[in-house]
Write a protein that binds this ligand. Structure first.
Ligand code: URA
Length: 238
């Protein structure tokens, strides 16, 4: 890999910016000053130092965000703020994208990564990765709804949902529930409740496969996944 690409990937600016840094003679590879942007290094073997600090190349970034309402799960949008707009500049260098979508008014767990393979594995309909949502529902959620969701409910377009696990946390005119689904149809949770005559008034994703939303993250905040979380995700088979 070229030294200018490595420095750019680590967030030291564009290739042009990086060229300027190299010119100053502040970058060394295995102890020798390197000024040529085309100089090739092996990130697994070579020691690259900038201003006395050793640099560690990594190809992937994995972020967990507590998505707030009003922000869309896309990389760019002409009208609305996106989840990428919430990231610090240095965290956008490796070009992470959201793994799946949450509605604009849905909060909670959103994974962002540039690891296309992992994203595909988590989203593939064949994998049936469970996703759990907490919701506040207008109307009384009943034991019958638990059965209906377990057997699959017919959505407005005729689609029959796969078995889902409904857990009633609080029943009343405003019910609180937890729902686990293994697919990701458009507006699925809201449409499942609409199919039984109820309206979701608040929705938050709390888990995706083995990954749970970190309670310490305020809305709009994010953090890198720990190595253990990345391994759990990669090795996960539902
Ligand atoms: N189901 C929905 O209705 N909305 C979401 O954002 C996620 C699941």
């Amino acid at each position: 890999m070229r030294i200018d690409k490595l420095l750019a990937n680590l967030g030291y600016g564009s290739r042009k910016d990086v060229k300027k840094i190299l010119k100053t003679g502040k970058v060394s590879v295995n102890g020798g000053i390197v000024k040529d942007p085309k100089f090739h290094i092996n990130p697994d073997i070579d020691t690259v130092v900038l201003n006395g600090e050793e640099l560690h190349y990594r190809p992937f970034i994995y972020l967990m965000m507590n998505k707030p309402q009003g922000v869309i799960s896309a990389t760019e949008d002409l009208r609305d703020q996106t989840v990428i707009d919430l990231l610090a500049i240095e965290d956008t260098v490796l070009k992470p994208f959201p793994v799946g979508r949450l509605d604009k008014d849905t909060e909670g767990l959103l994974l962002l990564t540039n690891d296309g393979l992992l994203s595909h594995q988590l989203l593939s309909p064949k994998k049936h990765v469970p996703k759990t949502y907490y919701a506040v529902v207008k109307g009384e959620v009943t034991a019958q709804d638990i059965l209906t969701f377990k057997n699959g409910v017919t959505l407005d377009d005729g689609y029959q949902t796969k078995p889902a696990i409904l857990n009633i946390l609080k029943s009343g005119l405003r019910s609180e529930i937890e729902l686990t689904i293994t697919e990701g149809k458009f507006h699925q949770v809201k449409r499942m409740f609409a199919a039984v005559g109820k309206k979701v008034v608040y929705l938050k994703r709390v888990s995706m496969g083995p990954l749970y939303l970190d309670d310490d993250l305020a809305l709009g905040e994010y953090r890198e996944l720990t190595e253990a979380e990345v391994t759990l995700l990669k090795e996960y088979t539902p």
